[in-house]
Structure formats: structure tokens, C-alpha cells
Design a protein around this ligand. Structure first.
Ligand SMILES: Cc1cc2nc3c(=O)[nH]c(=O)nc-3n(C[C@H](O)[C@H](O)[C@H](O)COP(=O)(O)O)c2cc1C
Length: 414
């Protein structure tokens, strides 16, 4: 019976344990989690989501305070078009977060940054260019493009000296999205080094509509693998979404994938950035407490715990401080919903907004509990104390369980 450890992901001469811990913004996949994954020989991800806030918390900078001060005059104004990011500060924050992580890296694995196109930051192209270039400047091993089709993202990096040496890949959920990406980038003569295929059971935003349940990850992997073979494009495929045991992973490694990307099982590790009490909520979750909804202003469905404090919260939009989801014209679907509720209930102190959520503020405060479909199985991966609380795991324990387990077994902590 095979184990994940019987396989290797190859990038040229480099061999890795074929386990990728996926990016989880905002700072849920911390530097500590990525570093531990790299130390163990896999690929870890940090995320550049809300990187100025992450930098403030980690390195005592004051990017958010400065932005808030600059735009304070606009807080009561529903027009956010003038609230822009300072590109120099964005570059500085990204270089700090990525650079400090890479300085601390040990072991044979790699660290990538997850870069979401949907963080349009009231200036989609220019802010994305700065994010990508600054990560490359700071020595990141690779970039995983996510939450978007990224038709122009390779072009934004093409003049960077590391464009052809860093490992660059994209997350797709369909062959069509991959074909579009490859067609748009053909002129750059630079293929992606890897393709993450994310199925409908993943955490975070989904690359499917509300009919997500009709899709199946293995079917999409098989379809993409066959097409790449026919096109003679030998690009490693990384399967993601709902891979809960080492045996699940082996099944993908035997059927077209060169590696697996996992996340949910790491949300309850010490190294994960979620607060301790939120990790307990993840452990406790039952199957019917996990939903895919449309409250994210990005327009993508998102999976989360129904009990997320973000759902129904009607806080004032925090764009003067954050503003990561403002499109190029200063709009965000949450602002529209919030204004509608304020107009409908002018005398109410507590505004309730059900259809959208202020994702920046709530992700930043760990109040939007996004999670994978199998979160309800996390309680079976640990021990429960007499007081009902669950034992938090080490990332090493979970990583090694994926690497060495057979027969769908899950090792409990010693
Ligand atoms: C808490 C959480 C946050 C996530 N955030 C992001 C994100 O910011 N960007 C992204 O591309 N994927 C995100 N994901 C998706 C993961 O990177 C990964 O591909 C997927 O969840 C793997 O499936 P699994 O959780 O069933 O193992 C997130 C997943 C979780 C569980």
C-alpha cells in the first residue's frame, strides 16, 4: 500500500515531498506555518492579502494608521474612489513580510506567496504589479496566482529579472480557465511551473457557482491531465480541495496529480494564525453548520461556518483603513448593501446587512470563519479534554500524518 512519501514533486532537479499547504489569507497561513512546511520538505504558502495590516502586526510598522489618517476626512462619504493605496508603502510592506519569512527559511522545501487577483485595491493593475514584483524582489521561491483568471498577471511580471527563475503557477477550477490563461500568455513564451486544480470542497472562495456540488475534483484533474498530455505540455498538477487523509492524497497522486494542496487540517495547528478560540469553533463544527454562501463582496461563493460573526454584521465599511476589495472605481458590493440598509433604517443604531459582508475588516479580525467542506471531520483528528476542548495540533504532526499514513487512518497526537 502506497504512502504520500513514496512520491516526489519534481521541479527540475529539486525534489519535494508532494504536500503543499495552501495560502490562507489574511495571515491564517502564517510565516510560521509556511516555514514549518518548508522545513519538512514540502511547499508552504504565505499570503499577501492585506499585507500592510499583516506588516503592522508583525513588524510594528504603521501603514494602516497612516492610511486611515490620510483619508479620515472621507469616512462618512459613500464615494470611496479617492481612497488609494500608496504604492511605495505597499511595496515596503510586501518586501518586509516576504523578506523576513525567506530569511528564516530552513530545510529543503519551498515557500510561495498566494496572490489573489480579486484584491483589486482601487487600482487593480498597478497594485497587483507592485505586489508581484515586491515578492520577487524579496526572494520568494514562487507565486501562486489565485482568485481570478489572471489573464494579465504574467505580463505584469515579464520585465522582472526573476520572471523566468521563480516558480510561477495558477489556481484553476476548470479546463476552460486554464486554456484562457495559457492562450492569453502564449506570447510571453513562459509556461506556468505548476497548476493547482482546486475542486468544490476547498475553503475560501470557490471557482464555481452555487452549483458547486455538481463538480468533482478527480474528474477535473483527469480532464486537465488528458488535455495537457495531448498538447504535450508537461506541467505538474496539484490537486486541492477536500483531501483529508494521506490515502485521499495517494489516490490523486496515482491519478494524474504530481502533488496535493491541503489547508483545512492545518487550520487547527499551533502555527495557524486563527485565534485559539476560533480553532475550537472549527473543531466543534458539525456538517450542517458549514455552508457555501454569497456574502463575499468579490462575487465568488465562499465556504464558511454559519456561526461566523461576520454574517449579518452591519459595520461601517472600513475602506479608509483597508479598502482591499475596492474595484478600480472605488466600488465594493458591501458598500452598496450597507448604504441600502442605512437608507431603509435611518433611525437604527444597529444596522444589519445580510446579503454581503465587510470582508476586509472581518477577515482582518478573524470574524469570517472560512473553512473547507470537511471541517466537521477535524474533531476526529485530535483528542478532547475533560472540559470539552480539543487539543491543538502541531503542523509537523499533521504534515507527517499526510506523508506517512495508510488505509485512510488519521494519527492522533501522542
Ligand atoms: C481558512 C482558509 C482560508 C483560505 N484562504 C485562501 C486564500 O486566501 N487564497 C486562496 O487562494 N485559497 C484560500 N484557501 C484555499 C486553500 O488554499 C486550499 O486550496 C484549499 O482549502 C484546500 O482544500 P482543503 O482545505 O479541503 O484541504 C483557504 C482555505 C481555508 C481553509
Amino acid at each position: 500500500m502506497k504512502r504520500v512519501d513514496d512520491f516526489r514533486l519534481r521541479f527540475g532537479k529539486q525534489e519535494l515531498v508532494p504536500i503543499v499547504v495552501g495560502g490562507m489569507g489574511v495571515d491564517i497561513s502564517t510565516a510560521e506555518l509556511a516555514l514549518e512546511t518548508a522545513r519538512l520538505g514540502g511547499i508552504g504558502h504565505i499570503s499577501d492579502a492585506m499585507v500592510q495590516d499583516v506588516s503592522d502586526r508583525r513588524f510594528d510598522t504603521s501603514f494602516v494608521k497612516e492610511k486611515t489618517k490620510l483619508y479620515k476626512y472621507n469616512i462618512d462619504n459613500s464615494d470611496k474612489s479617492g481612497v488609494k493605496f500608496d504604492l511605495g508603502q505597499l511595496a515596503e510592506a510586501t518586501r518586509l513580510h516576504v523578506g523576513k519569512t525567506m530569511e528564516a527559511k530552513r530545510g529543503d522545501g519551498m515557500i510561495f506567496v498566494n496572490c489573489m487577483e480579486k484584491l483589486t485595491m482601487n487600482g487593480p493593475a498597478e497594485t497587483l504589479r507592485v505586489r508581484l514584483a515586491s515578492s520577487l524582489d524579496a526572494g520568494i521561491d514562487g507565486i501562486t496566482l489565485s482568485a481570478g483568471l489572471h489573464l494579465g498577471s504574467f505580463g505584469l511580471m515579464a520585465d522582472h529579472p526573476r520572471f523566468r527563475d521563480a516558480k510561477l503557477g495558477i489556481i484553476v477550477s476548470s479546463l476552460r480557465a486554464l486554456q484562457l490563461f495559457l492562450r492569453k500568455n502564449a506570447r510571453l513564451d513562459r509556461l506556468p511551473d505548476f497548476i493547482v486544480i482546486e475542486g468544490p470542497l476547498a475553503g475560501g472562495h470557490l471557482g464555481f457557482g452555487m452549483d458547486w456540488a455538481q463538480y468533482d475534483l478527480q474528474t477535473i484533474v483527469t480532464e486537465i491531465a488528458a488535455w495537457l498530455k495531448a498538447e504535450q505540455l508537461p506541467i505538474p498538477l496539484i490537486a486541492a480541495g477536500g483531501i483529508f487523509t494521506g490515502s485521499d492524497a495517494v489516490s490523486f497522486l496515482e491519478n494524474g496529480a504530481a502533488a496535493v494542496q491541503v489547508a483545512t487540517r492545518f487550520t487547527v495547528t499551533h502555527e495557524c494564525g486563527l485565534p485559539a478560540d476560533t480553532k475550537q469553533e472549527y473543531f466543534k463544527a458539525k456538517e450542517d453548520e458549514i455552508e457555501v454562501n454569497t456574502v463575499s463582496p468579490t462575487g465568488y461563493p465562499m465556504r464558511m461556518l454559519k456561526s461566523s460573526p461576520a454574517i449579518g454584521s452591519g459595520i461601517r465599511p472600513g475602506c479608509e483603513s483597508y479598502g482591499y476589495l475596492l474595484d478600480g472605481k472605488g466600488n465594493c458590493a458591501y458598500i452598496t448593501s450597507y448604504n441600502r440598509e442605512v437608507a431603509a433604517h435611518p433611525d437604527d443604531k444597529n444596522i444589519v446587512v445580510m446579503d454581503k459582508t465587510c470582508l476586509c475588516t472581518h477577515m482582518r479580525n478573524f470574524k469570517c470563519w472560512t473553512c473547507g467542506h470537511y471541517t466537521y471531520r477535524l474533531k476526529d483528528t485530535t483528542r478532547q479534554a475533560a472540559d470539552g476542548s480539543y487539543e491543538i495540533l502541531s503542523a509537523e504532526h499533521v504534515f507527517r500524518d499526510y506523508q506517512f499514513s495508510v488505509d485512510n487512518k488519521i494519527a492522533l497526537p501522542v
